[in-house]
Design a protein around this ligand. Structure first.
Ligand code: SF4
Length: 204
């Protein structure tokens, strides 16, 4: 019942959830997701515009000057690591996978900066493979609403949500939860006065 109520409300306030990262193909999305760790999508979009304008192919990216790349990525934080990751991801896709991002999870998770959540986002957004990426927004909202236990780990949250939401809806529901957490049920000062889920919410 609780899931129904939450999902119905999400449909009401976020009927057309869309990924807010800009991308133009498989590798540009994978890199954008990696860069989005601990920062805002809007900031990533500003950086990837500069990045992919300057380095137009995977070959150019893998041969990019590390110092130049760091300068471009600096606004995102953790830029020394992220710049290294960009070059290494481009190199591996180029040299080992013929320029195409592999879809095997076990392989993708060996790429630097790419973990389970990144692969899940790539799956739902680019490949339409059912998955439930759990980021900070999905975790916060799911716990506040009691969709999962308050002490659940990220992996446990992924499993519980995946069990309780129709497989074919997972991608859409993930994006609704992200956007709800980003714009309504924010970490500080959530918009509780206008939220119709107050009655089931555990947040005080
Ligand atoms: S009542 Fe407030 S904390 Fe609870 S789900 Fe709604 S916005 Fe989030």
């Amino acid at each position: 019942m609780k899931y129904n109520e939450v999902l119905q409300y999400l449909d009401e306030i976020i009927p057309n959830p869309k990924c807010e990262l800009n991308y133009f193909n498989d590798y540009s999305l994978l890199i954008a997701i990696m860069l989005s760790a601990q920062t805002k999508d809007s900031r990533v979009n500003e950086v990837t515009k500069v990045l992919f304008d300057k380095y137009k192919t995977l070959e150019e990216l893998k041969n990019a000057n590390y110092s130049d790349l760091k300068d471009i990525i600096m606004p995102l934080g953790n830029y020394t690591k992220k710049a290294f990751n960009v070059i290494e991801i481009a190199r591996r896709i180029c040299d080992e996978f013929n320029g195409v991002v592999p879809i095997d999870r076990e392989i993708l998770e060996t790429f630097p900066g790419i973990g389970r959540k990144t692969v899940n986002v790539f799956y739902v957004e680019y490949l339409n493979i059912p998955a439930m990426p759990v980021d900070t927004h999905v975790e916060r909202v799911s716990k506040r609403l009691g969709l999962v236990k308050g002490n659940a780990s990220v992996l446990e949250i992924e499993k519980v949500l995946s069990k309780n939401i129709k497989k074919e809806e997972l991608g859409r529901r993930h994006m609704q939860l992200v956007l709800f957490g980003r714009y309504y049920c924010t970490s500080k000062k959530p918009l509780c006065d206008n939220c119709k889920l107050c009655d089931i919410c555990k947040y005080k």
